[in-house]
Design a protein around this ligand. Sequence first.
Ligand code: PHE
Length: 476
Amino acid sequence: MAGAAAAGGQGWSSRTAFILAAVGAAVGLGNIWRFPTLAGENGGGAFVLVYIAFVVLLGLPLVLSEILLGRAGGEDAIGSVENVAVKSNRSRNWRGLGALQITSGFLILSFYSVVAGWVINYVFISGGDFFGSLFAGDPFSVAFSGESQDAITGRMGELFADPGRLILLHALFMAATIGIVASGVHDGIEKAATWLMPAFFVLLVIVTIYGAFKGNFEDALAFLFTPDFSKLTPTVLNEALGQALFSLSLAAGGLLTYGAYVGKDVNLAPTAGMIALADTTVAILAGLMIFPIVFAVGLDPAGGPALIFQTLPVAFNAMPGGALVGFVFFILIFFAALTSSISLLEGPTAWVIDRFGWTRKKSAFIVGLVAFLIGVACALGYNVWSDIRPLGFWGIFAEADILDTLDGFTGKIMLPLGALLVAVFVGWKADRRLVESESGLSGGMFAFWRFLVAWAAPVAVSLVLLFGLIPGLLGD
Ligand code: PHE
């Protein structure tokens, strides 16, 4: 592909390949695990509304900003920002923005893989249940048949109490991620996205239709789309912003890096729009897939991180065909998680390739290994180290175990900071003509987009950071 020569001369083979890879990066645990969890905990409608506002007004403009920075820079995330800074006669130190982003992506990868390991655990469990019912001649039975609710929810506790199993599953997922990234942009990342994303969408539609027919769709709609504004606290705003950034894969090095592989012939503005639209649609569909099932059996939507691992299996257990649907559901999340984790690993890997001149295989392996080791600490945080509260002195992190601390610190602080820097850099510092020609926008559209990047994003992100974090620091 013309013009894409970053990180060892790699590039997407077509615009479609890029879109699938970028949508694959965006759609992941963030959409299916984190979004419904946060919506459930923060009162549904109000959270969803703020979330969508952040996606449209900040997320989308920043997706375009990051992809165009990557393409204009044509290297790994750090090198690209540095190149654009130099072309714009600005300090090379702006590359720190790339470094912050790559660090965020690397840290997210370490705990992301642990959670994806839980998903694999449930692929096995639900698969066992499904095949069990199949061989018993009753493929459409309920899931986990014959088990009590306590036994089903207890499975998560059993998993958490077993460091060996947590670490093994985490290792499996990280190995798969490394394998794909090591195979290259074209033969690894692109191929994985081209197979997994269409499969993901088919499965998503199947489970959503199932939920709409068999579940309590009305209550789910009311819950997700009736905002209760009394629920809108600064903390909720901070959560919603962090989630919008996380879900769109912003500020974590992935989009900057993927952008460098895009050919000059691709018009970036509509492409960014498609990525944001696809990501948001999947998040909402995930809500419409999960909550009808949860409400159908009268369970609590505010189940927290256990929503899809405990609440949902209990619901599947009570519903006809639940064995099959439960199995399909966990496979679908696994696919989504894998296409995201490869983008998390690609960012730091591309940097290591450029910086140290190592081969792609060696770079992917070493970066993945170190992320794996940090993830091991997260896994141990559920059992051996369950007393540890790494940032316990800080109000908003007081209760957080190791994994939640990493998740919260990256999501609430590092991603907003990374996004703020991108907005300031693209909105104020980068050469205006360069930005305009890369963006594919002109006239009023360009002016409006630039206003959102230069003014709306920095102001909103700063306010959210200020009001979200300071009370937390003082103990809320
Ligand atoms: N967007 C991914 C998700 O929603 C997570 C991710 C964040 C991927 C940052 C890449 C970079 O699951």
